[in-house]
Design a protein around this ligand. Sequence first.
Ligand code: AMP
Length: 215
Amino acid sequence: MKLMLLGAPGAGKGTVAKMLTAIDGSVQISTGDILRSEVKAGSELGKEAEKYMKAGDLVPDSLIMDMMEKRLQQDDCKKGFLLDGFPRTIPQAEQLDKLLEKLGIDLDMVVNIDVPREIIFDRLCTRRTCSNPDCQEIYNVKSNPPKKEGVCDKCGSPVVQRDDETEEAIAHRLDTYNEKTRPLVDYYAAKGKFKNISGTSSEEVVKVIKAELGI
Ligand code: AMP
């Protein structure tokens, strides 16, 4: 499947994407995960992106588009992909339209996961993430803690609170979402092949997506 997952930080895009990859081997493409790996690796892109990410600001569109143009042409995308956290601005969406046309790729659907802000804020404050850049499994201290405190169930690496998941950075990320990313909902709704799903359970969201795709 070739899907785009829209929604605020903490809406559950990553969890839903991971559940969908298990269905048909489509790959999850999370721009946030890729950027965090680049930061850890100390690459030029990572160094440039880090200052924006720490502050909860968006990384400039040009860096994101260069990165995604390369990523979408990698072989594993041929089976299908789930865009998670990209696009995040109208200019990114417009450039992605052109890129997909150039690469001859048609998206099956754009899904917006709609979750109330209070729930999102609470989720992000209690979210913890595996620090291994190749894993980045997501936990929640209240609803889904790792079996052993602070240790990833999947790979055994430390589970940490992200630098951009302090209350201040979260509030800023949600404001940035409202200003820059939420307008994408109307942008894609107007184009068709769009589904808004209100729901706080990732299992429910996946069920609706499967029904829509007839799988
Ligand atoms: P995420 O893990 O999706 O919440 O992303 C973490 C951070 O990475 C964001 O707060 C941004 O600083 C940056 N980021 C991720 N995806 C994008 C994107 N498509 N455009 C700009 N910045 C991004």
